[in-house]
Ligand binder design. Structure first.
Ligand code: A2P
Length: 340
């Protein structure tokens, strides 16, 4: 039987994640009948290559999704809020990278290595949410540990690359770094402070409880993906002057006896994970090694000697790929194969 093919739209096609979504569809040979590339009116006239063809970027409109089967959205929360329901109404399933729909009880929040079964819930609203980049790379290695040892509490600190903020932030780190090295003046446009040669303990807006939205996303999204509201999570999110690749220091406390040795051997068998852990030879996960590939790298795996059942680890992934575009395309693959 001939392979079924799909009409696919990418909303935010000119952005950092949207562009990567197009590359992922191509790399993973997603069965595409036609592709529609959507952005704001500013991008009309631009062309993007897809499988050797030069495709015109079209303005995103309410009617853009007629006849489309799947739409990958990464054009910001406001665009998703406004346009995803129009796509769904036209029978086009949305896989949305913004935070708009993630905590909606009628919208599944999916990491294919953890809860692929949740994709089935897409029928409720016609929308599937892609989790936050920092949450995705945390739950991929923690899920097998949660299943085997029962995680009671997670303490995580993130070191997040500027590409997570989009193209403008990539340009700001680049131009500020050049300006500072050349003793020139510069402005802070994207972040409230200088990002070059600095670390900013703020990602997204502050909430009443003193945490940022990004930090609380990690709390709520982890519980939803693990389908376990008892798990305690506390996060500190930091923006660092790195272009691609988020790093995370993760500490877990478990119900059952756990050891670094067992964790290492379990993670060596976990799909989507690569253990990079040879401290004697200075080998551990690095952002520059994680960038441009799809595995979540885990290293510095060691017993937390301050508690009975605790583990520390260092986890790094490409935030634009596994943290966003690849995860969305993996969801599209499940949707196409099992449901459409
Ligand atoms: P455009 O390039 O036309 O502004 P990034 O996350 O890298 O900043 O990219 C954001 C993406 O979202 C871009 O593709 C951008 O298109 C798109 N976008 C932003 N605002 C809108 C809008 N109002 N309608 C459609 N696309 C939008």
């Amino acid at each position: 039987m001939a392979e079924k093919k799909y009409n696919v739209a990418v909303a935010g096609a000119t952005g950092a994640v949207g562009n990567q979504m197009i590359s992922c569809l191509e790399e993973r040979k997603f069965p595409i009948k036609s592709i529609k590339l959507l952005a704001s009116s500013r991008s009309v006239g631009h062309k993007i290559d897809y499988r050797g063809d030069s495709i015109d970027v079209e303005e995103l409109k309410e009617s853009s999704f007629k006849g489309m089967d799947i739409a990958l959205f990464s054009a910001g929360g406001g665009v998703s809020e406004k346009f995803a329901p129009f796509a769904a109404k036209d029978g086009c399933v949305v896989i949305d990278n913004s935070s708009t729909w993630r905590m909606d009880p009628d919208v599944p929040l999916v990491v294919p290595e953890v809860n692929p079964h949740a994709v089935a819930q897409y029928t409720k609203k016609g929308i599937i949410a892609n989790p936050n980049c920092s949450t995705i790379q945390m739950v991929v290695p923690l899920y097998p540990l949660h299943k085997k040892y029962g995680i009671k509490r997670i303490v995580v600190s993130t070191y997040q690359a500027v590409s997570g903020t989009g193209k403008k932030a990539i340009d700001e780190l680049d131009s500020q770094t050049r300006a500072i090295l050349n003793f020139k003046n510069y402005e802070n446009k994207v972040y409230p402070h200088t990002i070059a040669f600095n670390c900013l303990p703020q990602i997204d807006l502050f909430l009443e409880n003193g945490y940022t939205k990004e930090e609380m996303k990690m709390v709520y999204e982890t519980r939803k993906i693990f389908e376990d509201d008892t798990i305690r999570v506390t996060a500190t999110s930091v923006r660092v002057p790195v272009f691609y690749g988020h790093s995370e220091s993760i500490n877990i406390e478990t119900k059952e006896n756990i050891s670094a040795k067992e964790v290492k051997s379990l993670l060596e068998k976990t799909p989507g994970v690569k253990v990079v852990d040879d401290p004697k030879n200075n080998v551990y996960p690095l952002a520059i090694d994680a960038a441009g590939q799809d595995l979540t790298l885990v290293g510095r795996i060691r017993d937390d000697e301050s508690i009975t059942n605790g583990i520390n680890m260092w986890v790094v992934a490409d935030n634009i790929r596994k943290g966003a575009a690849t995860n969305a395309v993996q969801i599209a693959e499940i949707l196409a194969k099992e449901y459409l």
